[in-house]
Write a protein that binds this ligand. Structure first.
Ligand SMILES: [Fe+2]
Ligand SMILES: [Fe+2]
Length: 295
């Protein structure tokens, strides 16, 4: 039996101090307008406090492993990554963690190329990999394997929130799944397998090489897909167009829909509890339970 806690899309933001000249000619301007003018900053105003309380609570709960499926930041700034990993206590927390980046963490092409996410989250990216390549990587949790994939790409255009794994990383994923010892394989990636409706994400908001990832995941024995990106949580049992059981963690910190999932996996059965933040009590309360079969 293993007990995982899965949370995502905490979107920690930073002051304007980090802005460099080049940022004013990049996608950061429209991302910033979205963040400030369209109310995103207000919706995430309690993000630091909620993450701090979450980490306090989990210490008392007896969890084996944390899974963070991306979008640690609002605009992918170094200072935001520093703050996010401070409040998450990455490197100091006694429970091991896995982290993969989201599209906001790679807000611009230079943020993607900087390696900031990987530097700050290094303790949550330890594991088995192919050669020196950062992604994918695998962490053992009891008899199971968490396999983290990077789908964030540093998109150029403001309307583009899509992701891509790329042929080279897909090939390494195939090799990694092949070489891992037996055990349940759980894929961790920022992007959804399917929307709540069972339909595919829009092209500009989804994973461009989704089909190739699904094919490799299935061939490599993956039985569960954990993701974020969508801020409202949901889960899907395998059926029809849904190739694998999947769980969207939603956002842990956005006003009103702040939640995370706790999963107990025993054999082929996953029992989940969803915890919602209660701003009055300043703690999380269980609000939903569900079961998935990882056949
Ligand atoms: Fe997000
Ligand atoms: Fe996202």
């Amino acid at each position: 039996m293993i007990r995982l806690v899965h949370f995502s899309d905490i979107h920690i933001s930073s002051a304007l101090a980090d802005w460099r000249r080049g940022d004013w000619f990049s996608k950061r301007v429209t991302s910033w307008m979205n963040h400030r003018l369209l109310g995103r900053a207000r919706r995430f105003a309690l993000a630091d406090e909620i993450v701090t309380r979450l980490m306090d609570e989990l210490l008392r709960r007896g969890v084996d492993h944390l899974v963070f499926s991306g979008d640690a930041t609002a605009l992918g700034f170094e200072s935001e990554l520093r703050r996010a990993t401070e409040v998450l206590r990455v490197g100091q927390y006694p429970i091991p963690g896995m982290a993969v980046p989201g599209n906001h963490d790679y807000c611009t092409q230079s943020a993607a190329a900087s390696g900031s996410f990987e530097r700050h989250f290094a303790p949550w990216q330890e594991g088995q990999r192919i050669g020196e390549h950062r992604y994918p990587f695998a962490q053992q949790v009891g008899p199971a394997w968490l396999v983290g994939v990077n789908a964030a790409t540093g998109n150029r255009w403001p309307w583009d929130a899509s992701g891509r794994i790329g042929a080279a990383q897909l090939e390494r994923l195939r090799q990694l799944l092949d070489k891992l010892p037996a055990g349940l394989r759980i894929l961790v990636v920022h992007y959804p397998l399917r929307l709540k409706s069972g339909r595919r994400e829009f092209e500009s908001h989804g994973l461009r090489d989704l089909n190739a990832l699904v094919t490799i995941a299935q061939a490599g024995g993956v039985k569960l897909w954990l993701h974020g990106h969508r801020h409202t949580p949901y889960h899907l049992q395998q059926s029809g167009s849904v190739a694998l059981p999947a769980i969207c963690a939603g956002t842990a910190t956005q006003h009103g829909i702040w939640s995370y999932g706790e999963y107990v996996i025993e054999g082929e059965k996953l029992q989940a509890v969803r915890w919602n933040y209660d701003p009055q009590g300043r703690s999380f309360r269980s609000v939903e339970e569900f079961t998935l079969h990882l056949g």
